[in-house]
Design a protein around this ligand. Structure first.
Ligand code: FPP
Length: 253
């Protein structure tokens, strides 16, 4: 099927998801199966990042959230961690101007304090230089873990209770959400995970409560905009009920 064909179907289908989140998985396997070192899989994965950003803009997605580095990824061999940090810096050098021109506003969410100085300043530069972009909001999740995010939020709320700013019974979904990295954002409508794994892997545990899941069999370096459009078409076939009954279901008289 030609490019524009799928995109046209996406555009003429039911609503395009406003917020799409992606677990970019399979870089290591992509590289190993080709006899390459793992870091080359991550490097190749950068091309898919570009593809998916361009595809998201074409499809009319408002917010794209990419899981770039998890809190657990710190446990990988030092060489791989350092290659991933190097790639983040390379990404800023190579893509920042293009992101800005395309109207992509980048936000970096996660425990950024654990980044080395060089990587942190590259990431901050990207955030600052793209500020004001109004075509697509891109959240790059770095040193991010869903459980860690919830613990941090819980501690922040407990501090406010201790300071007398908040009563325990005033803690509701709104207060908790305001203490998450994703404050102010709508929950993802669609989560894509590549490489055929059926896992959430500590990603956006609160925010994914009612998100539709699309598992793609392809490794991240092979994921392109066509695969993104396919995921959106899959999403458009779903019936989202948010725990309620289908709108077509009538109560018996
Ligand atoms: C998971 O594959 C992927 C990662 C841990 C890193 C993702 C990073 C990139 C795609 C490059 C940089 C991204 C940005 C946004 C600039 P894996 O290593 O777990 O693969 P495997 O399961 O096959 O081993």
């Amino acid at each position: 099927m030609a490019d524009s064909d799928r995109l046209n179907r996406v555009r003429s289908g039911t609503a395009v998801p406003s917020h799409v989140a992606v677990i970019m998985d399979g870089n290591g396997r992509w590289a190993s199966e080709r006899g390459f070192p793992r870091h080359l899989g991550h490097k190749e994965g950068m091309k898919s990042v570009r593809e998916v950003i361009e595809g998201a803009v074409e499809a009319g997605i408002d917010t794209l959230t990419l899981f770039a580095f998890s809190t657990d990824n710190w446990k990988r061999p030092a060489q791989e961690v350092s290659a991933l940090m190097g790639l983040l810096r390379l990404y800023v050098r190579k893509e920042c101007a293009e992101l800005r021109n395309r109207g992509v506003e980048v936000h970096a969410l996660g425990d950024l304090d654990s980044l080395d100085e060089q990587t942190l300043s590259a990431v901050q530069e990207m955030v600052e230089r793209t500020r004001g972009g109004d075509v697509l909001r891109l959240n790059v999740m770095i040193s991010y873990g869903g459980r860690e995010e919830l613990l941090r939020a819980t501690q922040a709320l407990a501090d406010r209770v201790r300071a007398g700013e908040l009563l325990p019974e005033q803690i509701d979904a709104e207060e908790l959400e305001a203490a998450l990295f994703t404050r102010g954002l709508s929950d993802p409508d669609l989560l894509i995970r590549t490489s055929g794994e059926y896992r959430i892997s500590n990603f956006m545990l609160w925010q994914l409560a009612y998100t539709e899941l699309h598992i793609s069999p392809v490794y991240w370096p092979d994921f392109d905009r066509e695969a993104l459009f396919e995921a959106i078409l899959d999403f458009q076939r779903r019936e989202r009920r948010f725990g309620c009954v289908s709108v077509e279901v009538n109560e018996p008289q």
